[in-house]
Ligand binder design. Structure first.
Ligand code: HAM
Length: 418
């Protein structure tokens, strides 16, 4: 039987990788402009890291983690998200020692055993960013503005920003109780999962897509009516800063997140273009996470975007780069000249292709077309004898005469670029 990839694990083929590189380069540019530095952490961590941060009663920890026992009898897990590992490294290397304010970004594969469908995979890729050490809502607004700037720079008007506040350990318990009381009265209408969730994690019922649950929770109490005064002030300031920077957003008081570490501000970048997978990026504040993992009481806020989803939104735009020049030869006798020119031009930064197999001129030109080379030069006996050849623009056939030297061919490419 032919070997294929594991279900939910995708190959990113050469005709897609240009788009991926474009997304990554844009994210690096926008994040570094905002003062973020890259951190690279392992894909495998001790299982306890995720159960202690994401939360035991979440779907991710309950049923989606790739967890196994290694040969040393340790329980290890392929990371289902990036924040926990980054914060583990932040604590382990005492990155807070000189300055608790750290701005970190990361990218790489994450793993969740979910049911694969368009935009949802078992190995997927996130680009994330985290700021530690700032209680002030200014950090929330900067993160949101940076995320908005990324989507603007990459040319997407979808997705749009939705924000919410989930309160803090002071005010959330009262909200949970109010919500639980509300759910108790409607228990018969809830699906089996939500019946269970109403005891363990009642906020998750607001996120259930089962029609009966959507209807039953339609009039549920709003978290925003239960914020304590400091959470309420915090949320108002976030909105004020967003207004000051003219960042568009809407409030979604029913937004809940699938990870337990959030406090106060949460947000999602949502789109209607990817079916059920509406969140292209998501995040929030996690003021208790670092101390929960054994570090000092330092707050944090951040987000992660799903690269597959951003790539889907960009559609089939082609971002792969094409050769500048194709050097074709009339016969095998000219291959030495062509090879020497190609080598010199490559060394001078011009992207050149030539025929590898001694094919006919016609099939060489077909290949030049297929590769979308911008220019071509054909070298035959006459060209070698005279030391001159025709430099041709592939798009319209416009021609110029050139010496068969690296300097002059390079000058032709550069001149045509202007
Ligand atoms: P999350 O909402 O679980 O948050 O994931 C963030 C993004 O990753 C989602 O909005 C989505 O675009 C993408 N994503 C998640 N699961 C999949 C999947 N199975 N297939 C494809 N894409 C997926 C977090 O992971 C938090 N660590 C975000 C964060 C950072 N919060 C604070 N800092």
């Amino acid at each position: 039987m032919a070997l294929t990839a594991v279900k939910g694990f995708n190959d990113i083929l050469p005709d897609e990788s240009g788009r991926w590189q474009h997304i990554e380069q844009m994210a690096r540019r926008v994040f570094e402009l905002n003062g973020f530095a890259e951190i690279r952490v392992p894909v495998l961590e001790k299982t306890e890291l995720f159960s202690r941060s994401i939360g035991d009663a979440t779907d991710i920890v309950e049923k989606e983690m790739y967890t196994f026992t290694d040969k040393g009898e340790n329980s290890v897990t392929l990371r289902p998200e990036g924040t926990a590992g980054v914060m583990r490294a932040f604590i382990e290397h005492k990155l807070y020692a000189a300055d608790p304010v750290a701005k970190l970004y990361y990218l790489g594969p994450m793993f969740r055993y979910e049911r694969p469908q368009k935009g949802r995979y078992r190995q997927f890729h996130q680009i994330g960013a985290e700021i530690t050490g700032v209680h002030d809502p200014l950090a929330d607004a900067q993160v949101l503005n940076m995320l908005t700037a990324f989507f603007r720079e990459i040319g997407l008007t979808e997705p749009t920003l939705q924000i919410n506040s989930l309160g803090c350990p002071e005010c959330r318990p009262a909200y949970r109780t109010a919500l639980r009381n509300f759910l108790d009265e409607r228990m018969a209408l809830l699906c089996d999962d939500c019946k269970r969730r109403s005891a363990t994690n009642p906020l998750r019922t607001l996120d259930c897509k089962v029609p009966g649950c959507v209807e039953a929770t339609a009039g549920a109490p709003s978290v925003l009516d239960h914020l304590c005064s400091s959470c309420d002030d915090h949320f108002s300031s976030v909105r004020r800063y967003l207004d000051l920077s003219a960042t568009p957003y809407s409030i979604n008081a029913r937004m809940v997140r699938g990870l337990d570490y959030y406090t106060r501000t949460t947000f999602e970048m949502v789109t209607g273009l990817l079916g059920a997978q509406s969140a292209v990026a998501a995040g929030g504040r996690y003021d208790g996470l670092i101390s929960q993992l054994g570090g000092p009481a330092i707050p944090g806020i951040g987000f992660a975007m799903g690269l597959e989803r951003v790539a889907l939104l960009l559609g089939s735009q082609n971002f792969s780069s094409c050769p500048d020049l194709f050097i074709a030869t009339m016969g095998v006798g000219e291959r030495d000249v062509a090879f020497r020119l190609m080598d010199g031009l490559l060394k001078s930064g011009i992207r050149v292709e030539m025929d590898y197999e001694g094919k006919s001129l016609k099939s060489q030109m077909r290949r030049a077309d297929k590769l979308k080379s911008r220019y071509s030069v054909v070298i035959g006996e006459n060209e070698v004898a005279s030391g001159r050849a025709t430099f041709k623009r592939m798009a319209d056939g416009a021609q110029a005469d050139t010496a068969l030297t690296v300097a002059e061919i390079r000058a032709c490419v550069m001149k045509s670029e202007q």
